[in-house]
Design a protein around this ligand. Structure first.
Ligand code: EPU
Length: 416
């Protein structure tokens, strides 16, 4: 299993090119199942999760042609309407094939994703929404088996805001008969990117970017070309890194209009940012100031940035309070950060962080994707050497993070 060795205390300076967004690419690739035409996608990130979804899509019969960050999909010869446990258990986003397969072929069999490290993460809202569209769903042998003659438009209000739930139902509704209204829909930029692609494929969707999506079903969708939006979480992760280490970096291929409150919090920390049309220059001198926040749905503070901000808070000039409201178990990085000398105490879903003068390198273990990124940040701010074990989590969602960081001055190497 690969590990990362990080020697802390290096200032960051230089340019980083941000990759396409993982959480936009995954649903967008699944949209390839909705048409027999060619979907030509660019800015697809080179990630382990993308490989997994392409493997799953290929085994349904979807033709996949890949040239680095360009992927072309053709769904004219789908043969299998099933997503097996072996693939779904490694990546929960596999559930995103359920809506498209059912809507286009009238049947889908997808393994129920199990629990996961950050929470129980049920998919009841996906199922409830598809049932409202007329699907007949049974759960047997660990599989969701959905069938329908033709989906019929309906008004669906999910009990909570769910990102992949919204995406699954949105994709299904594009091919349903009549009008579907999705209320309480997720407004994340990745949902909007998927909706824009679907419109390019001939879908009729109103309210894009709001919490009320109105979809008029069409008989079929056609091929399209689309560039995946850049990854706001990857960009914000590098901004946290420079906030923790000090330095001057330029992020390229990033947008500035789709960030959430995370950017305001970075300014509170003391990061000076200059926005270009597709770039952000970030400069940091001195010790970070502490920031407190509560994770919520977009445009609130993203849960996917909670751990990385906590890493910065560990060395801030005061105390902070972090409350996680989206997932029930997303504090596994706390114990690892404390191993580096941080002073964090948890109380239910709140972490109390007392900024310390310095962290000191130690062996730590990555537990999930964003926790891994937070440990890289903490290790870069720490004195001495940190070894981060189980970094396969990092490779699921960051495109060669250690290569990008060493190019701007970090001392970070992968140990095979
Ligand atoms: N929920 C339910 N029932 C459902 C669906 C969701 O109870 O049917 C609950 C979840 O358990 C959770 C909350 O609702 O407590 C929100 O979950 P959501 O469905 O929004 O999460 P997701 O769609 O499974 C996506 C991202 C996550 C990100 C969350 C929240 C993708 C592929 N994944 O997950 O990304 O944390 O939204 O923004 O888009 C990551 O990239 O590290 C990551 C975990």
């Amino acid at each position: 299993m690969d590990k990362l060795q990080v020697v802390g205390g290096k200032r960051l300076e230089g340019e980083i090119v941000i990759s396409g967004a993982k959480n936009a690419a995954l649903p967008i690739l699944c949209a390839g199942l909705l048409t027999s035409g060619d979907l030509e996608l660019s800015n697809v990130p080179r990630l382990h999760d993308v490989k997994t979804i392409l493997k799953l899509l290929a085994q349904t019969g979807l033709k996949v042609t890949q040239d680095d960050e360009k992927v072309t999909l053709n769904g004219s010869a789908i043969t299998t309407l099933e997503a097996p446990y072996e693939l779904v258990k490694t990546m929960r986003a596999s559930i995103l094939v359920l809506g498209p397969l059912l809507a286009r072929f009238g049947e889908a069999k997808v393994s129920l994703p199990g629990g996961c490290a950050i929470g129980s993460r049920p998919v009841d809202q996906h199922i409830k929404g598809l049932q409202a569209l007329g699907a007949d769903i049974t759960i047997e042998g660990g599989y969701i088996h959905a069938k329908c003659k033709k989906l019929k438009g309906a008004r669906i209000r999910t009990d909570m805001i769910t990102v992949t739930g919204t995406e699954n139902l949105l994709m299904a509704a594009t091919l349903a008969d009549g009008e579907t209204v999705l209320e309480n829909a997720a407004r994340e930029p990745e949902v909007t990117d998927l909706a824009n692609l679907l419109v390019a494929m001939g879908a009729r969707i109103e309210g894009i970017g709001t919490d009320r999506l109105v979809i008029q079903g069409v008989a079929e969708l056609h091929g399209a070309r689309h560039a995946v939006i850049s990854d706001r979480i990857e960009a914000a992760t590098f901004l946290c890194a420079v906030a923790a280490t000090g330095g001057d970096i330029l992020l390229r291929n990033t947008r500035t209009d789709y960030f959430d409150v995370a950017l305001d919090k970075l300014r509170e920390i003391g990061l000076v940012m200059t926005m270009g049309p597709e770039s952000i220059r970030a400069q940091m001198g001195g010790r970070p100031k502490p920031v407190s926040f509560r994770t919520t749905e977009y445009p609130g503070f993203p849960t996917d940035m909670q751990a990385q901000f906590m890493a910065v808070d560990t060395i801030a000039s005061g105390s902070s309070r972090i409350t996680e409201t989206i997932f029930e178990n997303r504090f596994m990085h706390v114990q690892e950060m404390n191993r580096l000398g941080a002073s964090i105490q948890t109380e239910g879903n709140t972490a109390h962080v007392k900024g310390v003068d310095r962290l000191v390198g130690a062996p730590v273990m990555a537990t999930d994707l964003r926790a891994s990124a937070s440990l890289v940040i903490a290790a870069m701010a720490a004195q001495g050497t940190t070894i981060i074990d189980r970094i396969y989590h990092l490779d699921r969602g960051y495109d060669r993070m250690e290569v990008k960081l060493s190019a701007v001055g970090a001392d970070i190497v992968r140990i095979k």
